[in-house]
Design a protein around this ligand. Sequence first.
Ligand code: CA
Length: 334
Amino acid sequence: MREQHLRPSPISATVDFEANGTQHGFLRLPYSRDDSAWGSVMIPVTVIKNGEGPTALLTGGNHGDEYEGPVALFDLARTLDAKEVQGRVIIVPAMNYPAFLGGARTSPIDKGNLNRSFPGRPDGTVTEKIADYFQRVLLPLADVVLDFHSGGKTLDFLPFCAAHILADKVQEAKAFDYVKAFGAPWSMKMLEIDAVGMYDTAAEEMGKIFITTELGGGGSATAKSVGIAKRGVRNVLTHAGIINGDVDTSPTEWLDMPDGDCFAFAEETGLVEFLADLGDVVQRGSVIARVYPTGRTGAEPIEVHARMDGIFIARHYPGLIKAGDCCAVLAVRV
Ligand code: CA
């Protein structure tokens, strides 16, 4: 087995995951470098535990330029009272902390995309060491995992909470119950474009209940999108029985991503003009966007077509687009 010959993680926690009460501390990852010979990456972590009960592992900043999760979780870490909790809440607002500090999707240290680095390596890059710590230390402690994502600097999304279609239908049904409890305006049966190396897959293969979000994008967060995140995370803790009370429900619309026709990619580089906005209903074959060649005037734009009927749920964000970029994503109402 893989685990048997792996050395221990080099990361040490300054908190005791078994102690009752509230602890704010760090996951300390040794990182020797020019400006700090015996330096460390100090990843903030909060553990709030009160007696026996389930454990929720709450994470943001898996990609460093997505902000609803970090804002909601830095806020939760300072406001959730241990007396409110039955069980344990582990909060890591910025998982890939170097990427988060760099305001970038990937780590400036090693260019590591944390959500493509699982299961990670204890003797690998900084990003691989973070993945390995979650794989072998934090995920095994969890019953339910909520990992916040948004579109980052290059994508923008309709706000949704999501889970995946799984082989284990009991695990899948429990995950979708949590998605419903989260209570985002949209709820998604999500198809991944590239599931290898994802935190999601690591958690699901361990049998954990795993839910995620896409709550906005463009490299910032709004009052509305942060509000969805804050309400959603408390709803998840309530649904888990970790905090008391009723789930604060509001209507959600269920969406499905049936196959790869959901995705429309740019085949040309240039200036993008969208002909529809997020939330619009589009028809198969309709023009979602035009890409204008930027080298000269007078050239015809290349069109990007919808490959299915659906609701426009995500789009490329910056005004310029490159060949191969994901231009638009569609989903269908369930
Ligand atoms: Ca993301």
